[in-house]
Ligand binder design. Structure first.
Ligand SMILES: [Zn+2]
Length: 134
């Protein structure tokens, strides 16, 4: 059981940053199996990146295509209640862009893994290795 209060949880839900999602766990497991050690969810960094290599100043976001409005099949907004979903997803995208810009301006390097890319784990892993080790 976690110890956050209902108020804090409600605030977390509003922030829409959903932690420990299946795609994120998948990426973490791949990195760990390849010998990488990292920190998670650094709250002091803009956007609270999912996976962080502090000394290398590299951060990885693992984005669900739907929530973050990816330009792919899975990222298409639903046909119903678009007046609800479109602004919500647009806000998530704005928040993502702001976080990435802020991190880059502080000297961080950023890599985004999209959920839909995980169909080919080997390909994702190759790109992550390049990103982390370059
Ligand atoms: Zn996608």
């Amino acid at each position: 059981m976690d110890r956050i209060s209902p108020e804090a949880r409600s605030a977390n839900m509003k922030a829409v940053r959903r932690k420990d999602t299946a795609p994120e766990l998948f990426v973490r497991r791949m990195l760990h199996a390849a010998g990488y050690r990292y920190r998670l969810h650094r709250k002091e960094l803009p956007g609270c990146p999912d996976i962080v290599f502090v000394s290398k100043k590299r951060a990885i976001f693992v984005h669900g295509c739907f929530w973050h409005g990816h330009d792919c099949r899975a990222g298409r907004p639903p046909q119903s209640r678009q007046e609800y979903w479109l602004p919500k997803i647009a806000r998530n995208r704005e928040r993502d862009v702001a976080a990435v810009n802020s991190l880059i301006s502080s000297g961080w390097k950023i890599h985004v893994v999209w959920e839909c890319e995980l169909a080919d784990g080997t390909d994702v892993m190759n790109r992550l290795k390049q990103f982390i080790d370059s």
